[in-house]
Ligand binder design. Structure first.
Ligand code: PMP
Length: 416
């Protein structure tokens, strides 16, 4: 009898029979509160009626044209709609299927446009599992162990980690930018530096928001170097952090924005956006793919963006995110094993630490499992698996947030 490969690690014990809004149901019809959202994908919840309707209609109209062979209306319409929400001037887009492919596409673009090779990424960053995106990933060695050598031309600098180092945010930013300048003086010369690649909130690496001053520092350095500043908004985009894009609070203007995950409520589509001049430097035909910008996925993305707008989901993410943060901080205040609760919008991490401040992955794993037993599905992250993250659909209500906080409080107590 064939089985799934053990290479796949399942984070929860659930075998789902269906999903509805913020809930999934197992084969015995037990209901779970899904605060994983398919790793931040089901932004409008499971099977939002408008997304379902748009996808079903498209399935019966045209499933696949292949955008370099036959163009279709859903992709053109999606491009218009994304143009309304993207930073000004980032109005040239193209599409692939996953976050990893989009990251690789942005690297290809930066290398072609600058004629340089090096991409500087930041410690703890997650950018994907393919050889190029994986080479830029340092959220955990599991992505590269036994696999390397990976793509050359990757250089790393520290991400500002205030809590881990016991620093203020200002100290963490000063350290990170100083180290970046050191890397630029010692490892990656300006004439070799094609791009800086960063997540607005470090995701798989531990749910650490990038301070505004850090992103502003990256913008200044990219300008000075003539390098491309790429914002990996795969997990943070489409309202997740309480603003449409995760980098918005910093006020910076990126050169490239990468979007995926929450864009189509579960259909595989990702994209990169850049300005006309930069995108014009890509060699025609050097990017693309058979399934990129699939018509059904594009229709679902369009419906997702409509739902996000019509149901004010960005504002809801900010509001419910504040409520969730407040509730989780109260739980942490009662349980010293949770050393830090942080995040932005509906992207919140609870960091478990030992009494002497070291990462405590075992306690995090117990709390995570105890939550699943109580019907609350969560994920862990961080290099030591010691951060339990909460990333519910953007449609989550105050009542569901309170319910989750109650279950979480019980779970942490049970895991102590
Ligand atoms: N970038 C970021 C910030 C991500 O969080 C992820 C996925 N967790 C990726 C890239 C890779 O996306 P995918 O799994 O769709 O390739």
């Amino acid at each position: 009898m064939a089985e799934l490969s053990p290479v796949l690690k399942q984070a929860t014990p659930v075998l789902a029979s269906r999903g509805d809004g913020v809930h999934v149901y197992d084969e015995d019809d037990r209901q779970y509160l899904d605060f994983t959202a398919g790793i931040g994908v089901t932004s409008t919840g499971h099977c939002h009626p408008r997304v379902v309707e748009a996808a079903q209609k498209q399935v019966g109209t045209l499933i696949h044209g292949q955008y370099t062979t036959i163009m279709h209306r859903p992709l053109l319409d999606l491009t218009q709609r994304l143009g309304e929400v993207l930073p000004t001037g980032l109005d040239r887009l193209f599409y692939v299927n996953s976050g990893s492919e989009a990251v690789e596409a942005s690297v290809r673009l930066a290398r072609q446009a600058t004629g340089r090779q090096n991409v500087i990424a930041f410690h703890g960053g997650f950018h994907g599992r393919t050889m190029g995106a994986g080479a830029l990933t340092t959220s955990g060695t599991k992505i590269r162990a036994g696999i390397g050598p990976m793509m050359p031309g990757t250089v790393f600098a520290p991400f500002p980690e205030a809590y881990r180092q016991g620093w203020s945010e200002e100290q963490a930013v000063r350290f990170a930018l100083r180290e970046l300048d050191h890397v630029l003086a010692t490892v990656s010369a300006p004439q070799d530096t094609a791009a800086l690649l960063v997540e607005p909130v470090l995701g798989e690496g531990g749910y650490i928001p990038a301070p505004a001053a850090f992103l502003q520092g990256l913008r200044e350095r990219a300008d000075k170097l003539g390098a491309v500043l790429i914002l990996d908004e795969v997990q943070t985009g489409v309202g997740r952090t309480g603003t449409f894009w995760g980098h918005e609070p910093s006020g910076i203007h990126p050169d490239v924005v990468i979007t995926a995950k929450g864009l189509a409520s579960g259909f595989p589509i990702s994209g990169i956006a850049a300005g006309e001049e930069l995108m014009g430097k890509a060699w025609p035909g050097s990017q693309g793919g058979t399934y990129g910008g699939n018509a059904v996925a594009a229709a679902a993305a369009l419906a997702t963006l409509d739902v996000v707008r019509d149901e004010n989901l960005v504002a809801n993410a900010a509001e419910q995110g504040d409520r969730l943060m407040e509730g989780l901080r109260k739980v942490a205040a009662e349980h010293p094993v949770i050393g830090d609760v942080r995040g932005r919008g509906l992207m919140i991490g609870n960091e478990f630490t030992t009494a002497d401040g070291e990462p405590d992955g075992a306690s995090a794993a117990r709390a995570h499992a105890a939550a699943a037993e109580r019907g609350l599905l969560l994920l862990t992250c961080g290099p030591h698996g010691n951060v339990v993250r909460m990333i519910p659909p953007l449609i989550v209500t105050a009542e569901q947030v309170d319910n989750a906080v109650g279950l979480w409080s019980e779970s942490v107590a049970a895991a102590a």
